[in-house]
Design a protein around this ligand. Structure first.
Ligand code: SF4
Length: 345
């Protein structure tokens, strides 16, 4: 039987380490606000090709406001407005949209566009480009589409042995923006063993947001009996956060979309719970997890700050132009009339 004193000790030992930075990155914020502004400006429906960002809550909230998510451009009615997601699209998708006379708004994250430009530049210089990324991920499909003749996908360290190139002295690696930094470096190490002249990208392709969220998790993982990462299963950077936590000493780790997915059994014998969220996750979902934990004695929340972030992007030019013409704000803020997912941050 637990004495009142034991119970007090037990409560005092329970704590939460809350990672910072976590949640929305600049590219996700821009993409979500783009859809919200498009709905406000043009009225529903606004079509969105693929999930605007990989988060269930964001997608269902926007659907309720009149966004229609489609898998392919030919599912959009002729002449309608379509937003391209933060993950980017191949040039062929722009061509398909032109053929259907669609009004397009490209919400591709500028940091993904940067990788597209690198791919085009190296392809023009006739390099073999080894693109490190996950097969089938939308970003990888989009980047590969910039130079399909020149790009070979390398899906992790174990895929290196399968790579063939035309000229081992003219090879460069690029990567998906949301990979594990450590695993990517291992892939590069193995690639360089095979191709010693392998060139690095001109600057990091794994974006600042992915790196910072992994850094925070690395700093706290060893102290955590359990790491809860808020994020969706198709969110690459969120899945990586669970892996990074386990690799750096967390005794357990789980990905949840919502607090009610937390299994009470995960908390048995747990003193320290780490909490973080992927780059496509609104803060309201993290608050839900913190409330769930507080109700179970984990009310002591301590931030672990690995980096400060202040980057913001302006909205895509196509929508800024139309917003200005309509006398509406083209800033990354809201006019106040719209129930936005961003207001849930
Ligand atoms: S995770 Fe990085 S690349 Fe992806 S949208 Fe966010 S900032 Fe852009």
């Amino acid at each position: 039987m637990t004495s009142p004193q034991d119970s007090t000790t037990d409560q005092a030992a329970k704590r939460v380490l809350l990672a910072a930075p976590r949640g929305y990155c600049a590219g996700v914020d821009r993409a979500v606000v783009t859809v919200e502004k498009a709905l406000e400006l043009y009225g529903p429906p606004v079509y969105v090709r693929k999930e605007i960002v990989h988060n269930k809550h964001v997608v269902t909230t926007l659907e309720k406001s009149g966004a229609i998510f489609v898998d392919e451009t030919d599912q959009v009615p002729e002449g309608a407005t379509v937003v391209f997601s933060a993950h980017g699209v191949a040039p062929v998708v722009h061509e398909e949209a032109r053929a259907l006379s669609l009004k397009t708004i490209d919400a591709t994250c500028p940091l993904v566009t940067k990788v597209h430009r690198e791919a085009v530049r190296f392809a023009n210089d006739d390099y073999d480009i080894l693109l490190i990324g996950h097969e089938g991920h939308e970003e990888v499909v989009g980047t590969s589409g910039e130079a399909p003749e020149h790009i070979t996908l390398v899906d992790g360290p174990d895929d290196v042995a399968n790579v063939t190139v035309r000229d081992p002295d003219k090879v460069v690696w690029l990567s998906q923006t949301t990979l594990s930094v450590d695993e990517t470096m291992e892939t590069v190490r193995r690639l360089r063993e095979r191709f010693p002249s392998l060139q690095d990208p001109p600057s990091d392709d794994i974006c600042y947001a992915t790196q910072n969220r992994q850094l925070a998790v690395k700093q706290m993982a060893a102290e955590c009996d359990l790491m809860i990462v808020v994020g969706s299963r198709n969110s690459s950077n969120s899945v990586r956060l669970v892996e990074v936590a386990l690799e750096h000493g967390a005794r357990g780790g789980h990905l949840v979309d919502y607090a009610d997915e937390i299994d009470e059994a995960w908390l048995e014998g747990v003193s320290t719970v780490g909490v973080t969220s992927g780059a496509s996750v609104p803060e309201v979902l993290v608050r839900g997890v913190l409330e769930f934990l507080a109700e179970r004695g984990y009310a002591d929340v301590r931030p672990v700050v690995a980096a400060e972030e202040s980057l913001t992007f302006s909205l895509p030019n196509e929508i800024r132009r139309d917003l200005k013409a309509a006398g509406m704000s083209d800033k990354m803020t809201h006019d106040g009339s719209f129930a936005s997912t961003s207001s849930l941050h």
